[in-house]
Design a protein around this ligand. Structure first.
Ligand code: ATP
Ligand code: LTN
Length: 337
């Protein structure tokens, strides 16, 4: 008897900057953890990256770097499909179709769009507004069951689910799998080291707010030592009144798997300085192997290129199947093979 096929898990990071500790704890670490139980697809969303201004050389380098980071963080390229979004043109094609079923009102309500468009001023690219539709396409093309992401992506996932349900209603219930979101219980929202009320983000203009996966041990130590903490000196977990301390405790909990309460107890009678030094050492130990393996892979991109070619071919076959089904149900005439 055949074992039943594994459910599909899919996720992606935008190569719009160097990946951060937030990307690792909120996303990559969980991908590696969950990958054995699922049929996995992980990719770098370069078409999402260009919704904000990108330097062409940096975009290319960061796209490779993101994929090297995935593998270095534990994603197994022999068991997962790894690829670059723009290598699979079906993503942009299905996005167009989904556009025709998405309402301006729903996209206007997206928090990420509202935040980013404030920064962009008058010249807001249409692509930035449409970003969540391309993301829905990424997910629905593969009949995805589970999408592991950080807290900030929850709203985009809700839109993806709404679109799947809407399209299934119009064109028959089995058109799209309605995906579930997986948000890690700890680490889903790592905050900036300089502003513990703002999310740590790879496109933050202040490099001191984020620990990058490419930072040296010393850079990591310095950034965490300079982290903004709160008034007082007692180490307690109080997100409202001590968001800086809460952030450091969360980072420790996400790395070690320990409960925050357990970590707090171990700091009884100690100062913020202890918390910072020990958090820094945990981060250094967690990121060192990832940085070293990534640099090794990036020295010669031949292996990565071979792997990405194989990944794109396999992803394309799967994506084409869904796209054809959608086109056919909608009444588009299929090209004869
Ligand atoms: P940008 O600053 O370019 O918007 P970002 O750093 O927010 O980027 P994304 O590419 O948007 O990163 O996110 C990739 C994945 O990492 C998503 O699953 C997202 O939820 C997760 N993630 C991003 N930032 C954090 C964070 N600070 N804490 C936890 N998870 C995060
Ligand atoms: N918008 C996501 C990146 C992303 C994604 C996806 C995540 C694009 N397509 C599909 C999961 C599944 C972000 O994290 N900024």
């Amino acid at each position: 008897m055949n074992a039943s096929p594994k459910e599909v898990m899919l996720s992606a990071v935008t190569p719009s900057g160097l990946l951060t500790l937030g990307n690792y704890l909120g996303a990559l670490k969980n991908w590696a953890h969950l990958q054995n139980d699922y049929d996995c697809l992980f990719f770098a969303v370069d078409l999402h990256a260009i919704t904000t201004k990108q330097d062409p050389k940096e975009l290319r380098d960061r796209t490779y770097r993101a994929l090297a980071n995935y593998i270095a963080a534990g994603v197994d390229p022999d068991h997962c499909t790894l690829f670059i979004q723009s290598h699979v043109p079906e993503h942009a094609e299905l996005a167009w179709i989904l556009n025709c079923h998405t309402y301006m009102g729903e996209l206007s309500r997206m928090t990420q769009y509202k935040d980013k468009s404030t920064k962009e001023g008058q010249s807001i690219p249409v692509g930035l507004f449409d970003y969540p539709v391309l993301m829905a396409s990424d997910i629905l093309l593969y009949q995805t069951n589970l999408v592991p992401v950080g807290e900030d992506q929850k709203q985009h996932l809700e839109l993806t689910r709404d679109l799947a349900i809407r399209m299934n209603h119009h064109f028959d219930e089995d058109l799209f799998q309605v995906p579930e979101v997986f948000i890690p219980p700890v680490g889903a929202r790592i905050m900036s080291l300089q502003d513990p009320l703002a999310k740590m983000s790879k496109s933050d203009s202040d490099p001191h707010g984020s620990v990058y996966l490419s930072d040296s041990d010393d850079q990591i130590r310095k950034k965490i030592k300079r982290a903004v903490t709160d008034s007082g000196s007692e180490i307690i977990d109080d997100e409202q009144n001590k968001p800086g301390v809460h952030n450091l405790l969360t980072i420790q909990a996400a790395i070690t798997g320990k409960k925050i309460s357990e970590i707090v107890t171990s700091y009884a009678g100690k100062q913020y300085g202890h918390l910072k030094v020990e958090t820094a050492e945990l981060v250094v130990q967690a990121l060192k192997p990832i940085r070293e393996k990534s640099e090794e892979m990036l020295k010669d991109k031949t292996t990565l290129d071979t792997l990405l070619k194989k990944g794109a071919e396999s992803a394309s076959k799967r994506a084409a199947k869904t796209l054809k089904k959608v086109q056919d149900r909608m009444g588009l005439v299929l090209k004869k093979s």
